[in-house]
Design a protein around this ligand. Structure first.
Ligand code: PHE
Length: 345
């Protein structure tokens, strides 16, 4: 083999290896590959030279050019694999991902305890044949008081500390009882058996037992021959379902202008609760509702004839019931939105 041809191949090999080792990454390596092994590449050119070599030297030249070709191919493959591995290692250490970490759970919401107890109340009264009826929170003085047998300046109005609006004669309802009038006027003489849940507002000193905003669930039953026994039976059946047979129900006589006779109903506070005396003012009982036989004047205001029909009504405090059920010692917790409290229900 001619010396200069053999030298050319040695130079090609040395140049190839040197440039290969200078390639910093995969892209550079691919450029190198085109330069040496592409159609117009240096190795191809060296192979093409074979025909210009004198016949007797072609054998050794061909062998040598093939050896150089294989040497460079092998070096390229190794360098490419190494570059890929390096890139992978770099990306792994740049964004460390710990696949053994537990997944991030999505916090689950739930119904507010007041909503939960309201739904329990609806369910119990649904079983007793009551429909749910909703009425407005902003009421007229006429429906909140007058139609309920409390004309202007009636002293019983003092039982409800009222929020007045800047519009004369418009108040935030102090109880759900004005709903009685709405239902009666809509039912127009037909028998009624409904509950009326909703928010009420009172301008009260906020304490552990009183809030300025709270839920009530009103009940109204009107028909021929409805009696006090029906009222007592309904309330007792409700209390048994809500609180269980072991809790005591106490019925006391009371006074409301819109019922005659009137009663109040208490449930005994859990006996083992250390806050019992404070929350029940030493009595052991907490009032959950006021009730009575609908006053004839109220029946008339609703368009019913008190000589033909009678009825009973009640107004209960669902939040008081929750307090009784779970020995919650502060009614203010309900609207403070403290998750430590709300999560317990
Ligand atoms: N509205 C009364 C209150 O808020 C409760 C009540 C309702 C009493 C219906 C009798 C009949 O205190």
């Amino acid at each position: 083999m001619a010396d200069n041809a053999a030298d050319d191949l040695k130079t090609l090999e040395a140049q190839g290896l040197a440039e290969l080792h200078g390639c910093a990454d995969e892209a550079a390596l691919r450029g190198w590959n085109t330069r040496f092994f592409g159609d117009k590449g240096l190795v191809k050119a060296a192979l093409g030279k074979l025909s210009t070599i004198p016949k007797d030297q072609r054998g050794p030249y061909g062998k040598e050019v093939n050896r150089v070709k294989e040497d460079l191919t092998g070096a390229y493959d190794a360098a490419l694999a190494e570059a890929k591995d390096k890139a992978l290692q770099a990306s792994l250490t740049a964004n460390p991902l710990d696949v053994t970490l537990p997944g991030r759970s999505r916090p689950r919401g739930r119904l507010h305890p007041a909503t939960q107890i309201l739904r329990q109340i609806y369910a119990i009264f649904a079983d007793l044949g009551f429909q749910v009826y909703r009425t407005r929170e902003v009421e007229t003085d006429e429906l909140n008081f007058e139609c309920l047998n409390m004309p202007a300046h009636h002293p019983a109005r003092d039982m409800w500390d009222t929020f007045f609006t800047t519009t004369p004669g418009v108040v935030l309802r102090t109880h759900t009882s004005p709903g009685q009038i709405h239902v009666m006027r809509e039912a127009a003489g037909k028998p009624i058996r409904v509950i009326l849940p909703g928010m009420c507002y009172r301008n009260e000193a906020i304490s552990t037992r009183s809030e300025i905003q709270f839920y009530q669930v009103e009940g109204l039953v009107i028909g021929e021959g409805v009696t006090m026994a029906d009222l007592k039976g309904t309330i007792t059946a409700f209390a048994r379902r809500m609180f269980g047979p072991e809790r005591q129900v106490r019925i006391r006589s009371s006074y409301f202008p819109f019922t005659e006779p009137s009663i109040e109903v208490d449930i005994d506070w859990p006996a083992d609760d250390p806050n019992r005396d404070r929350l029940t003012k030493g009595t052991g009982w907490l009032e959950i509702l006021g009730a009575g036989m609908v006053h004839p004047n109220v029946l008339r205001a609703g368009g019913y004839d008190p000589d033909k029909v009678t009825g009973f009504a009640f107004g209960m405090g669902p939040q008081r019931m929750l307090m009784l059920k779970h020995a919650i010692d502060d009614i203010r917790l309900f609207w403070q939105n403290d998750l430590r409290f709300l999560r317990q229900f």
